[in-house]
Every structure is written in structure tokens, then in C-alpha cells.
Design a protein around this ligand. Structure first.
Ligand code: KIV
Length: 274
């Protein structure tokens, strides 16, 4: 990792660092975060980039889809994360209807992630059709991460969470969109649930890093939702998730032990009393 040196002597990962990592063939590790303690641990552990994902709608707030989360809720989560992070690049995820209604609204909302949230970039779901908007955001100094393939905000359009790139038409759309997002100034592109051959083709055809989630090993980096990879969110686990821990079991046991101790009069002990 070659993060940029900032004025306070602080090493900070920037959009440029990520592009350099691709050029040097070094893989990029990205995770989502939504709260201060988790973001702090991740940052100290050396994660390159933290996405404050609108996946918070499901894994934090218990909604069935990502559609209901609002700008104000996303900003609250982004502030939690940015207070904790010194090194990783922070990307705020633009929620459904925060950028679609008009260019003006998109610029204002994207800017809020930087101005009020403390993020250094935003992510927008969509392909070549949003390239003109991305060009404007980048022009105004707002770095953009693209997101193509399975785009959960378009769930109702596609009629489900579908793997993308299986047909020639989808492959062509994905390749054309990746190039359009690069030309519009995106510094990286998330490829979600894209068949590995097409993800590889995209990765080889653009200069900016691709960050895969369910898109195989050939992407320039990988992203996972933290609640999935630590085994905290138990309701659904996509095939592409590797569970690196089982935090739900740890919490269950701790809570069970606490309940038993309280009921048996074993907590608090003398050492926990004043
Ligand atoms: O919202 C999110 O967490 C995301 C990632 C899954 C890429 O968009």
C-alpha cells in the first residue's frame, strides 16, 4: 500500500492510491461499515477502503430491501464511520432517489456526503445511462465509484436479485457501461454478481480498479458486507460470502450467560461493585 501523505503526517488512502494499486497489481480490500467501533477496528487492521453501503437498510435497520434508507440516515452512518477512520478511503453510498430526480439534487446530495458526512467519495448504482451525471459530479470535485451488474436499487425493474453477464446482450451492456463510467471519471467500479469471465474481461479492459462482490477472483479488489462476513446477519447469506467469524454465536452466548448470572444473583460480584 502506498497511501498519500497528508499534511498532518497522516497516511491516507486516496482514489489515486487505489488506481496505483491496480497498476502495480496489488489487490484492494474493501468492506462496508456503519458504526464507529467497527470502522475503527477495520481501519486499524489496515482495510484500504470503507464503503458506508445502503446495505445498512437491510443489515442494520431490518428492511427487506435497500430502497427505504434515506439521505439523512446515510449521513448519520457516514459520520459514525468518518469519526473513526484515519487511513482508509471512505465512500458514501447514494441511496435510492437521492440522485435520480435531477442533476441538481444529485450534486447537492453527493456533496453532502463529503461536506457533512466526512466521506472522500460517493458510490452510485447504474451504467452508461448515468455517465453524464457522473461527469458533472467529478467536475465539481466529488469522486465517484461506479456500481454495475446486480444493482439492488433496481430490484423491482429486474424482478429479483439476478446474476448478470450471462447473455451476450448483458455482457455488451456491462462492458460498454464500464468504459463509459471510466470515461466519465469514476475512480473505481463495483461489479456485483457478475459472471467471472465477464468480470475478468471488464477488469482487463479498463484502467480503473474493479471491486468485485460475487464477481470472481479476477477483479482488482473485493468488497463484502461486514455483517455477512463476520456472521452477524443471520437472515440471508449469499453464495459469494465467506464467513470469517460467527459473531451471532458469540453474542448469543454472552447474552445467555449474562441472563443466567443476573437470574442466579452471580452478577454483579464484589469486583464489579463500588
Ligand atoms: O450497499 C452496499 O453494501 C453495497 C456493496 C454490497 C457493494 O453496495
Amino acid at each position: 500500500m502506498t497511501p498519500e501523505r497528508q499534511s498532518a503526517g497522516q497516511l491516507k488512502v486516496t482514489t489515486r492510491s487505489l488506481k496505483r494499486m491496480k497498476q502495480e497489481g496489488r489487490k484492494i480490500a474493501v468492506l462496508t461499515a456503519y458504526d464507529y467501533p467497527t470502522a475503527r477496528i477495520m481501519d486499524r487492521a489496515g482495510i484500504d477502503c470503507i464503503l458506508v453501503g445502503d446495505s445498512a437498510a437491510t443489515v442494520v435497520s431490518g428492511h427487506k430491501t435497500t430502497l427505504p434508507i434515506t439521505m439523512d440516515e446515510m449521513l448519520f452512518l457516514t459520520r459514525n464511520v468518518s469519526r473513526a477512520v484515519e487511513r482508509a478511503l471512505i465512500v458514501g453510498d447514494m441511496p435510492f432517489l437521492s440522485f435520480q430526480p435531477s442533476e441538481e439534487e444529485a450534486i447537492r446530495n453527493a456533496g453532502r456526503f463529503l461536506k457533512e458526512g466526512g466521506a472522500q467519495a460517493v458510490k452510485l448504482e447504474g451504467g452508461s445511462e448515468i455517465a453524464p451525471l457522473i461527469l458533472r459530479l467529478v467536475d465539481f470535485g466529488i469522486p465517484v465509484m461506479g456500481h454495475i451488474g446486480l444493482t439492488p436499487q433496481s430490484l423491482n425493474k429486474f424482478g429479483g436479485y439476478l446474476v448478470m453477464g450471462k447473455t451476450a446482450r448483458q455482457r455488451e451492456y456491462l462492458l460498454q457501461s464500464a468504459r463509459a463510467l471510466q470515461d466519465a471519471g469514476c475512480f473505481a467500479i463495483v461489479l456485483e454478481a457478475v459472471v467471472p469471465d465477464v468480470a475478468r474481461e471488464i477488469t482487463e479492459s479498463v484502467r480503473i480498479p474493479t471491486i468485485g462482490i460475487g464477481a470472481g477472483v479476477h477483479c482488482d479488489g473485493q468488497v463484502l458486507v461486514i455483517s455477512d462476513m463476520i456472521g452477524l446477519f443471520e437472515e440471508f447469506r449469499p453464495k459469494f460470502v465467506r464467513a470469517y467469524a460467527n459473531v451471532a454465536d458469540v453474542i448469543r452466548k454472552a447474552v445467555g450467560d449474562y441472563i443466567d448470572d443476573v437470574r442466579a444473583g452471580r452478577f454483579p460480584g464484589d469486583e464489579e461493585s463500588y
